[in-house]
Design a protein around this ligand. Structure first.
Ligand SMILES: [Zn+2]
Length: 414
């Protein structure tokens, strides 16, 4: 069957409408999970799904799930992405894949194409990191990776996730029981913006993702001694802030030691926070990412050692806690090679990619065959208001998604 072209105008309208559902008190395009705007964003997507002819429901974890029944049914092809954003984020991260998946449904129906498989569209709840130190929350619930310790996670105000979920109409008990039956899913596909510069640099239209990065998050708590900043000689201080600062630089140095490896400390705090007081406590939160599990484990060991060294030479104590330890995820070769041949057959240029960003697809990959399709990001910018992908660059991604669905549909085996 020849490819059906996605409809640019309606995609543009919906992208504009969904992107506009933002928290006006925050910079950029902010629609953080567990906010009113996030509820509105998922409602908007659900309305589009219904209009496209999907039977919709919201599972116990707040994931919006739409179903287009197939000719044979019983087996499913699943597409999905997210509608939440980071604070001060952009207009394309997540919603490109959600709207692309809904467009696939419409194109199938408008062209009287009936799949053998049921087609399932998922808008995953809370993909981006929340204030409870958790991310990919909806996809983890669907794959059975949440438990009572997830509900007990606390935000900086001491509130638990179990207390916060009901504000988004999610019942904590239902949240624990939102496991999805992936045995019937033949494959999961996610369209997403690249969020980095590689496709643009290479002048390619489609990124075929081979591996999704592993991510390790840590929290290092330094305890020193609070002293007067003017009267305490430098050689007798136990400055927790300085030990924390040394650890930030250690992350930078360790991160530079591998290929496609990254390290960042995005959060640091000193207590008491006063310009003329030596810090008693300091907390650094950071992360490492990379395509190799062995490198990530080595980075964990080196960072733990570096923090201990920075602390001990200042008479400070430290505890390093690894709060996330997600291994790199290789995607499913037959799915990725199908995406590659689809791009070739449609005359689109392509590149094989490593994703330095985490995705729900990486969580779902533990349960079924997963592939990801990337489209370019201007200047590689993402998680910022400047994030941009031209519609002329998104439409080829939607075409690849649709044609890949049609080819995977031939894998039906009841
Ligand atoms: Zn995303």
């Amino acid at each position: 069957m020849s490819i059906i072209s996605p409809v640019r105008e309606r995609f543009a309208t919906e992208l504009g409408e969904l992107a506009a559902l933002t928290d006006s008190s925050r910079p950029g395009w902010t629609r953080r999970a567990l906010s009113e705007e996030d509820v509105a964003g998922r409602d908007y997507a659900r309305t589009l799904m219904k209009q496209a002819g999907l039977e919709t429901r919201i599972d116990g974890a707040g994931n919006v799930i739409g179903l287009l029944r197939g000719r044979l049914g019983g087996r499913e092809i699943m597409l999905g992405s997210h509608t939440d954003t980071v604070d001060g984020g952009g207009r394309f991260d997540g919603i490109t894949g959600v709207l692309g998946a809904i467009e696939v449904v419409r194109l199938l129906r408008e062209n009287d194409v009936r799949l053998d498989h049921d087609l399932v569209i998922v808008v995953f709840f809370n993909e981006e990191p929340n204030d409870f130190g958790l991310f990919c929350v909806g996809s983890r619930a669907m794959t059975g990776l949440v438990d009572r310790s997830t509900l007990a996670a606390v935000d900086p105000t001491g509130r638990t996730l179990a207390e916060a979920l009901p504000e988004s109409a999610i019942d904590p008990e239902a949240f624990l029981n939102a496991r999805y039956d992936f045995a019937r899913v033949t494959a999961f596909l996610e369209l997403h913006i690249e969020q980095g510069p590689e496709l643009e640099r290479a002048g390619r239209q489609i990124g075929v993702v081979e591996t999704i990065t592993g991510i390790n998050h840590f929290r290092a708590l330094f305890t020193g001694r609070q002293d007067h900043a003017g009267t305490t000689p430098m050689d007798v201080r136990a400055d927790a802030g300085c030990a924390a600062a040394g650890t930030v630089l250690a992350v930078e140095s360790i991160a530079g030691s591998g290929e496609n490896t990254r390290g960042t400390c995005g959060q640091i705090s000193f207590t008491p926070e006063a310009v003329n007081v030596v810090s008693q406590n300091a907390v650094v939160e950071g992360e490492f990412r990379g395509p190799e599990g062995s490198w990530l484990h080595e980075a964990q060991r080196r960072l733990t050692d570096a923090a201990a060294a920075e602390a001990s030479r200042r008479g400070v104590s430290v505890e390093v806690e690894w709060t996330t330890d997600d291994a790199p995820v290789p995607l499913h070769e037959p799915v990725t090679s199908t995406i590659a041949s689809v791009a070739d057959d449609l005359g689109l240029s392509r590149a094989t990619m490593f994703s330095g960003a985490g995705h729900d697809a990486g969580i779902i990959a533990a349960k079924t065959r997963v592939g990801m399709v990337f489209v370019p990001s201007v200047d590689g910018r993402s998680h910022c208001p400047e994030e941009f992908t031209d519609l002329d660059d998104i439409m080829p991604g939607v075409s690849v998604l649709l044609e890949t669905v049609l080819r995977v549909d031939r894998w039906y085996a009841g």
